[in-house]
Design a binder for this molecule. Structure first.
Ligand SMILES: [Zn+2]
Length: 113
């Protein structure tokens, strides 16, 4: 499991993989509270491969048209989780500092993080 270990880019603290949220939710370093996220190219690959693999799987299952599109989109979160593990073995994700404008849908009364 050593390949899944992350290091904080700000303070260098080792972060156990169970403390890093999947699917790139906002997250802060437990030691220095720096805003973190899994590096964008890594998550882009996971999302892209997840959508592609469910599309191919549903196509091979015989679905066509709108049903194919809906089944691909609905099935892709499951594929994301599986590919997150598999891709993590080949190309471990790194953490990077999350820019303050990372979350575009800010609610007016949302407390600052
Ligand atoms: Zn830190």
């Amino acid at each position: 499991m050593a390949r899944y270990v992350y290091w904080c880019p700000s303070c260098g603290t080792r972060i156990a993989p169970k403390n890093v949220p999947m699917l790139n939710r906002p997250y802060s370093c437990p030691a220095c509270s720096a805003p973190l996220r899994v590096a964008v190219p890594h998550m882009g690959l996971v999302y892209g491969a997840g959508l592609l693999s469910t599309f191919v799987a549903t196509y091979l299952a015989g679905l066509r048209g709108l049903l194919l599109v809906f089944a691909s989109i609905l099935g892709s979160p499951v594929a994301y989780l599986a590919l997150y593990m598999v891709i993590g073995l080949i190309w471990p994700g790194k953490l990077e500092l999350r820019p303050p404008t990372d979350f575009p849908l800010r609610f007016p009364n949302r407390p600052p993080d």
